[in-house]
Design a protein around this ligand. Structure first.
Ligand SMILES: NC(=O)C1=CN([C@@H]2O[C@H](COP(=O)(O)OP(=O)(O)OC[C@H]3O[C@@H](n4cnc5c(N)ncnc54)[C@H](OP(=O)(O)O)[C@@H]3O)[C@@H](O)[C@H]2O)C=CC1
Ligand SMILES: CCCCCCCCCCCCCCCC(=O)OCC(=O)COP(=O)(O)O
Length: 316
């Protein structure tokens, strides 16, 4: 390689690093405020965990947050905390939050619910965060089919139904942003999570297919794939017989805070990222390593499954 081409090569590498840095750096607060102020943000599963934290994070930038879940009493409690934490000046009162009871698993009622909510927001929904979700524990062999039905109904079909109900509003307003909360398990299926992994892989495929379809309407699609977060997901996960697990193991307790992940959700919306993996380095690169070395990944997953069977592994 000649002298000039060597320096040319170095310059190209430096440019690439700069582009990557600028693209991936977290946006500044003023950038976020400029982009988000006054936007209508509908969040499913807003009564707890990550959904609740997203409500606070979007409200920080003066969004009009619509909190949805099945538990209206809990939503009202969260709404009160939200309004107390971030009081609006009189000129911003139009951006006060709303609560709406929405069971995303009740597929046939989702469209009408979304129409009613949109009517209360001037027929606008700028950002949809499909966050509502439930997990499953225990083996595919022992789990009743009802477990698969429930998990897929909430995590996959519920997200699809909500997205489909919101899309016509975004198309007619000429812009919008759909956020799908996935998981590391959208990319790597681990043992004893067959229903959850299937739902997250399925939703990931849905969003990947949707992204190029809706680009022409100026609608963005972002998938956020977190690792373990300290929330109620483990307590609410379904056991093989369909009852709740009601326990939270160390992985979650020592996991990321919902607030940390919520900040990353907002950053990915502001930056327009297609995908954002939010996890410690060990988990972050498991999908890529698994792609490069599928046999090695399978070995670790088989070992994990065997430890579970022998009872030497604490997490189910
Ligand atoms: N915690 C973790 O380690 C991780 C979580 N995630 C994902 O984050 C998302 C949020 O989970 P997380 O906050 O952890 O768990 P939580 O159990 O704390 O919250 C789940 C939320 O989903 C709502 N929900 C459940 N079923 C329905 C339904 N049928 N209709 C509407 N809302 C429903 C619940 O509200 P209500 O009961 O009031 O209806 C609740 O607000 C999920 O998609 C999960 O897969 C991803 C990676 C890691
Ligand atoms: C080349 C191979 C690399 C070797 C690494 C082996 C490690 C194998 C274990 C992979 C585990 C990844 C688990 C990630 C789980 C996770 O972060 O899930 C987040 C959730 O969605 C939690 O859901 P849950 O259903 O567990 O409550």
């Amino acid at each position: 390689m000649g002298f000039c081409s060597f320096y040319g090569f170095v310059a190209v590498i430096i440019c690439l690093i700069c582009v990557l840095y600028l693209r991936n750096r977290a946006p500044r607060k003023d950038e976020k405020l400029k982009k988000l102020k006054g936007k209508v943000v509908l969040i499913t599963g807003a009564s707890s965990g990550l959904g609740k934290a997203c409500c606070f994070e979007f409200r920080k930038y003066v969004c009009k947050v619509v909190l949805c879940s099945r538990n209206l009493e809990e939503l009202k409690r969260v709404q009160k905390q939200l309004e107390d934490t971030y009081p609006l000046p009189p000129e911003e009162e139009g951006n006060a939050s709303l609560v709406h009871k929405l069971d995303v698993a009740d597929i046939d009622t989702v469209a009408e619910n979304i129409r009613n909510v949109a009517a209360l927001c001037g027929n606008r929904i700028d950002i949809l965060v499909n966050n509502a979700g439930i997990g499953n524990k225990e083996s595919a062999l022992s789990s009743i089919v009802e477990v698969f039905k429930q998990v897929l109904q909430v995590n996959l079909l519920g997200s699809i139904a909500t997205t489909k109900a919101v899309l016509p509003h975004m198309v007619s307003q000429g812009s919008g942003h759909i956020v799908g909360i996935g998981s590391i398990q959208s990319k790597v299926a681990i043992p004893f999570r067959s229903a959850y992994s299937a739902s997250k892989h399925g939703a990931h495929g849905f969003y990947d297919s949707l992204r190029p379809e809706v680009h022409q309407y100026n609608i963005k699609v972002t998938t956020v794939n977190p690792g373990y977060i300290n929330t109620n997901i483990s307590k609410n996960a379904l056991k093989a017989d369909g009852t709740k697990y009601r326990r939270t193991e160390n992985e979650y307790l020592t996991g990321m805070t919902p607030e940390f992940v919520a900040e990353s959700v907002v950053n990915s919306v502001v930056k327009g990222w297609s995908e954002n993996t939010v996890a410690p380095i060990l988990y972050k690169y498991v999908p890529a390593l698994g792609f490069l070395f599928p046999g090695v990944l399978l070995y670790f997953l088989q070992r994990r499954a065997a430890q579970h069977k022998q009872g030497t592994r604490k997490v189910d």
